[in-house]
Design a protein around this ligand. Structure first.
Ligand SMILES: [Zn+2]
Length: 305
């Protein structure tokens, strides 16, 4: 979907709403009252009606647009802006692009979409060979916190993020040269700096049974070996950065650069949402124009609360 085909497909409120209905029909509608899955479509009310209990379900209800007063067109333009640029936009810039009067509804919409991206990616776990490392992301902090800044872990001006990457080793049988090819990523803000918190985050993200996890020798994930097949920990040096942990380090570097370049300052409590967007696009980097439709579907299946 480029700007021209977007303009051809989505000319007005009706065309956006119809597309949204098509996608929602494909996903299937579930009755909020009886969990029934068969519905009539009431064209004049733009609502579904449950065939077993007759409950009415508006086109927006049960999706992230549920309590939003913004038009479908506004949502669609925003989905377009978010999905088609690798770099992303700040909510301020999206407000400007939309010509919206008020900032707050735009900000809320963009964050809901970022939440939906995260929920979508949470459906999948990483498997096979996995690189894992922590990255320290700059967050907005008070002047006081800056003055008392402690470097690294526990710092009030940095948030600790666990970044993981599925990384398959490919060996060229001719030359014997080894390369690592990467598929899916995850990035999760660690809410505490304790071992249990880190372990829980890893445990949720990884298909535990048959995974092999590579880390450097840091104390915070010392328990990994208890629940994955194999945990390989190496001393952090130039070689681990270039080989063993190559892709997580690339991802951490790119995410940091992206955040600095696109967003002014990120508050700690919203950092996960920005990571959601970054990782969502990274995981779908080969989707091309299909990413627009995928994000519409994510907004249908994610909850608005
Ligand atoms: Zn029902």
């Amino acid at each position: 979907m480029d700007i021209f085909s977007f303009g051809v497909h989505f000319t007005d409120e009706k065309s956006c709403r119809s597309h949204f209905k098509e996608q929602r029909d494909k996903e299937g509608v579930v009755c909020h009252r009886c969990q029934g899955t068969d519905h009539y479509w009431l064209q004049n009310k733009w609502s579904y009606q449950c065939k077993s209990c007759e409950a009415r379900i508006s086109l927006r209800s049960g999706t992230i647009m549920e309590s939003s007063k913004l038009s479908f067109m506004t949502w669609y333009k925003t989905i377009f802006l978010l999905s088609t640029t690798k770099k992303g936009f700040s909510s301020k810039e999206i407000q400007r692009q939309l010509g919206a009067k008020r900032y707050e509804p735009v900000w809320a919409m963009v964050h809901k979409l970022r939440k939906a991206m995260g929920q979508r990616d949470d459906r999948y776990t990483l498997e096979g060979m996995i690189e894992a490392d922590e990255g320290y992301f700059t967050i907005e902090a008070s002047a006081k916190a800056h003055a008392a800044q402690k470097k690294g872990r526990g710092s009030k001006t940095k948030a600790n993020v666990m970044v993981m990457a599925e990384s398959t080793v490919l060996e060229d049988t001719g030359t014997g040269k080894v390369e690592r090819q990467c598929r899916y990523f995850k990035a999760k803000v660690l809410t505490d700096h304790k071992m249990e918190g880190t372990d829980r985050t890893l445990q949720k993200a990884i298909d535990n049974e048959e995974s092999i996890v590579f880390t450097d020798r840091s104390t915070s994930y010392v328990n990994i070996a208890d629940y994955v097949e194999i945990h390989i920990s190496e001393k952090s040096d130039e070689r681990t950065t270039k080989e063993t942990l190559k892709w997580v380090h690339i991802a951490i570097g790119n995410a940091k650069r992206n955040f600095v370049g696109t967003y002014h300052k990120i508050k700690a409590k919203y950092l996960q949402l920005y990571l959601n967007e970054f990782v969502y696009k990274l995981n779908r980097r080969y989707f091309g124009e299909r990413i627009f439709d995928r994000l519409v579907i994510a907004s249908i299946t994610a909850s608005g609360h």
